[in-house]
Design a protein around this ligand. Structure first.
Ligand SMILES: *Cc1c(COP(=O)(O)O)cnc(C)c1O
Length: 469
């Protein structure tokens, strides 16, 4: 499989190189040159497979030529073997024909484990083969950091540095990062905000001299391998609800358009999906596009669903590329004008094309709490605020009651106790067994000033299993 850039100017790469690449050299994002397409018979024959076996069948075409089947199977069995639920991604019924796909049974209790558990293993496999080492420098406002650290903690060939804003992530989120020890794991608390952390990561990609030749790898959702891993659970859910003979709809809490883009790909690979609902919080750039064909940057608002607090959706460029007939020059032009003027709209027929599949809703904090309370009353289930946004959007935007509606349950509610408390849900939430002593564990973290040079000096001092690069 070859991968091409959404801006058309970077060289095509194979899977192995895409895994290590991050952004393309022309500033674009990598996408498969030709998407695999499965027949209905093929998809139907996968019913009842264990999750890792289904994962093998769905993802195999993407890694062909880079990872032999036997090795890939083994990696997938290990990856999904660490999930706490034997079904890996169980479906829970909320209402008639309405389901939550629970994606929070991984080590860090959010759906990001599906991709980052795999990414860590793939990186280590490829690096071992090449006899190389890499450094990961990532910024987090919460969920990504812990999932990336958990995914890389056993990697022999990866050193990981995660920057989080000092005193600005929740205690559960911080402890999920700082209580994991390893000579290749480094937590850095920056005396600044999330944007400061992200700026330092960007600046480090732009000028990598401090790494003395060691490669820097991205773990945010621009990394193709993350999107790839997320395609699988759309197939998994649909197969349990009568697919592919029957079509299914999904409502997806999203910020960066990563998770829902995977659903769009699943459909293009042959899975009958009737409707994809983009569920955002008050940071609603995607909803403004879907509802009014305006893709315009606005100020950032802090919400009760912090993992979707973004101003710009990086993966949206991948959808735009398809909407423009995969014309890289057109996307480069759009992105240029976005950078300069802060917004654009697309030709009417392209927007209409998108709206055949996508609907959207923006849900504010008050509605999020109302939905948590409503679902708790109806079912006794406590939703996390991100999932609640998905439920609200599903209930408002659903086109057909006859078609099963699956809401992606992106996090465990215990990660977001503030929202649950604000919703007036009195039920005490317990940490799952593997995290039950989280509040007693020792923590390891280095506080650094909001200063790029200080951070880069720290990385180069510790980037080789705790030793200097
Ligand atoms: C990261 C995250 C999201 C948003 O994911 P996208 O890739 O932006 O679609 C939603 N919910 C939770 C809990 C998350 O951690």
């Amino acid at each position: 499989m070859r991968y091409i850039s959404t801006r058309g100017q970077a060289p095509a790469l194979n899977f192995e190189d895409v895994l290590l690449a991050g952004l393309a050299t022309d500033g674009g994002l990598y996408v498969p040159e030709n998407l695999p397409r499965f027949t209905q018979e093929e998809i139907a024959s996968w019913a009842g497979l264990p999750y890792h076996e289904l994962a093998f069948r769905v993802m195999r075409p993407f890694v062909t030529g880079s990872i032999p089947d036997a090795d890939f199977k083994k990696i997938l069995e290990e990856t999904y073997g660490v999930f706490a639920h034997s079904a890996v991604a169980p479906l829970r019924q909320l209402n008639g024909n309405e389901w939550v796909l629970e994606l929070f049974h991984g080590p860090t209790l959010a759906f990001k484990d599906f991709a980052l558990q795999l990414l860590g293993r793939l990186l280590d496999y490829v690096l071992e083969k090449r006899g190389e080492r890499v450094v990961i420098v990532g910024a987090t406002s919460g969920d990504t950091g812990s999932a990336a650290i958990e995914g890389c903690k056993h990697c022999e060939n990866v050193d990981i540095f995660i920057l989080h804003p000092h005193n600005r992530v929740s205690e559960v989120q911080r402890r999920q990062m700082t209580t994991i020890f390893g000579e290749n794991i480094h937590n850095i608390a920056i005396e600044g905000n999330f944007d400061d952390c992200q700026e330092m990561v960007k600046a480090s990609f732009a000028d990598q001299g401090f790494l003395k030749g060691t490669r820097l790898v991205a773990v945010n959702s621009i990394n193709w391998a993350r999107i790839m891993a997320q395609i699988v659970y759309y197939f998994h859910a649909a197969l349990q609800l009568g697919g592919p003979a029957r079509s299914v709809s999904f409502s997806v809490p999203t910020g960066n358009f990563g998770d829902i883009f995977a659903g769009y790909l699943a459909r293009n690979m042959g899975l009958p999906i009737n409707q994809l609902i983009v569920a955002t919080n008050r940071n609603d750039i995607l909803h403004r596009f879907m509802s009014g064909n305006q893709y315009v940057k606005e100020t950032l608002h802090a919400t009760l669903s912090p993992s979707m607090d973004i101003m710009v959706s990086s993966n949206f460029e991948r959808l735009l590329f398809d909407l423009h007939g995969r014309n890289g020059a057109a996307i480069a032009g759009l992105m240029d004008s976005f950078k300069q003027g802060g917004g654009f709209s697309v030709e009417q027929e392209r927007w209409t094309e998108a709206r055949k599949l996508f609907d959207s809703l923006a849900v504010d904090d008050a509605q999020t709490c109302e939905t948590i309370a409503e679902v708790y009353e109806q079912t006794g289930e406590v939703l996390d605020p991100h999932t609640a946004i998905g439920v609200k959007a599903a209930r408002e935007c659903r086109r057909s009651l006859d078609i099963p509606m699956v809401i992606l349950g992106t996090a465990h509610p215990v990660k977001f106790p503030d929202a649950v408390e604000k919703a007036g849900v009195g039920k005490a939430l317990e940490l799952p067994a593997h995290l039950s002593d989280l509040f007693e564990r020792d923590e390891r973290c280095t506080v650094l000033p909001n200063d790029l040079k200080a951070v880069q000096a720290f990385v180069s001092q510790h980037g080789n299993r705790g030793k200097p690069l």
